[in-house]
Design a protein around this ligand. Sequence first.
Ligand code: GLN
Length: 246
Amino acid sequence: MSELRLLALYPEQMNIYADRGNVLFLQHRCEWRGIGFAYSAAGMGEGFDPAEHDLVYIGGGQDRDQRMVAADLIATKRDALEAAVAGGVPGLAVCGGYQLLGTSYELGEERIEGLGIAPLHTVREPGPRLIGNVSIEVDLGSGRRVLAGFENHGGRTYIDAGGQPLGRVIHGFGNNGGDGLEGIVRENLIGTYLHGPLLPKNAWLADELIARAIERREGERPALEPLDDELEDAAHADAERAAERG
Ligand code: GLN
């Protein structure tokens, strides 16, 4: 039987809008299919072995939370994370966690150093927070799909040379409200501003992460058993409509 070993980074600090719900959703979709699910967490001061995890998750956080974890993230987890990403381990980083993948997050005079494992940087520019419902179109290799969700960030993120965005904004702000891009992709690592119940609203992305995680571990992409997604499909349609309304 397949098994998915998920590692959550700083689940205590990086969990704004209950981003942790994404982990529960992954767990349920595995268990409903008879796929084993093992959860572990790495918090302050804790390192991890990249060979022991199939999927890495980090949620969002306020500036205060990000300040608290940023230096620890670099000191205790950067090398393992880089090795995991370079080795094709799938990852999902949301909002504040997404920003920390980049080189830096600048807030006026202050500069929070990031991991530098994805080519992007974030700045606080004058202007309002970018808040609202958002939909983006993405192509992760199996054709055009839509991700719909909610964003709330003060930071504006810019993709640096060689970086590949996750998608293009249909409705909403995305990375910075200006260039029409949203998120980042490096290998199987995905960073995005889409918050909260991102995966429950976009069940296809949860399954894509599960399939990639199992494929990397077992060498073959699994044919995931279809599930009854009536509620998930309704949640997705609702989130897309909300984004259209703006
Ligand atoms: N603190 C970051 C910002 O405001 C990220 C916010 C978040 O994770 N919602 O840009």
